[in-house]
Design a protein around this ligand. Sequence first.
Ligand code: SF4
Length: 431
Amino acid sequence: MLSHSPYLLYSDGNGNIFEDDTLYAVGRSGWDAFPIEEDNWIKLPEGGNLYELPGRRGIGIDVKTGEMRLCEKGWAVAAFIPPAHTGLFLAAYETLPDAPTLPLFCYTAAGWHDGEFYVTAVRIEQDIRQECVGYDNEKIESGVERLLQVYSHNRLVKHLAENCCMTYTCPAARNFFLERWECPVPTSPACNANCIGCISFQPEDETIVSTQDRLNFKPTVEEIVEFTVPHLMNAPYPLVSFGQGCEGEPLLMWDVIAESIKEIRKHTDRGSININTNGSNPRSVKALCEAGLDSIRVSTNAAREHIYTPYYRPNNYKFEDIIESLKVVRSYGGWTSINYFVFPGMTDSIEEYEALRKLIKDTDLCMIQWRNFNIDPDWYLGQIGVTDTGECMGIKQMMELIRDEFPNLKFGYFNPPIERIKGNYETDFAH
Ligand code: SF4
């Protein structure tokens, strides 16, 4: 237990971070700042980063008066917490006029206590596949060299090597070149949604940029099968995942993916074949299940249509279609997850909680991946027109209520391998 709340952090604007021991750190939920109970704090996990937030003043509680006030000593600071951890509160600050929109990262509340950085988060996933200590750069580089030789004419392996692994340092691509666990298979240069915080495409007139460029070619069945079959046959806890951050919507390539799955399964029945998708087309999903798809992960910022639609801005589908896609995969006995963008103040509102309970029941959902929403909080709420988030219960309490009501529903951060889906969920994975 902490002896007191962590102190607020501020930066001098030159990347140097200091604690202000006249102020205790607080957290943000929706548009409001709140004191944080001490059991919400954990030490900043390895692989986490700290960001200075230009044009923003941190909010804290005066150690002497107990009053909430701004820190005028510098800019506010937030934490980017590593994968496998879910943030419980956003960093609390007041945004000054002309402050720049923040890039597409998550901004979790952070503080300083007894010589250590602390964040408001929980470890939600025990699978170690994206632990930063597990990445050996030398082994990755020699893996890239070797597989580029083995697949010398494969445009997709070249993209995964030069862009994903060596430029974007994508954890999934790095695992592929280390020949282990989840292998990414991007396929689609286009998308049928227009997400405000799209990480692979941002309109010219937006001030922020996408964190990676979208794939600019359509891979063939041969290119996909060539490297995925050996990966499934040889890697520990192997799975291949269509639908990655460096592409548009994979369902727009459903026919190529369906052919690829059929071809893969002619060579091996090992491992899991998964698709990460916006779930926009249940008929295409049905065709993939017919071909042999094992699992699906549907991304969403909410279980409520009126919060979903202004964010995804779909071209030719509706919120109901993503629900239907989850049902289709369950009807074939497949594993279903939602890639749930957690935003304190929105995710844990009473209205969202009730909508999520309904979604879980209606779709017989298998898993919630509680992912941190990588977006500027003010910009997000402003863009979807939310001025009041309503009554909230806290992310941690919401998780506990959902866990109690749905004991078979799994919580995590990554797509599970088939060993975990079909075997002992608590032990059959990389740990
Ligand atoms: S569904 Fe994915 S690729 Fe399409 S706009 Fe949204 S984030 Fe971007």
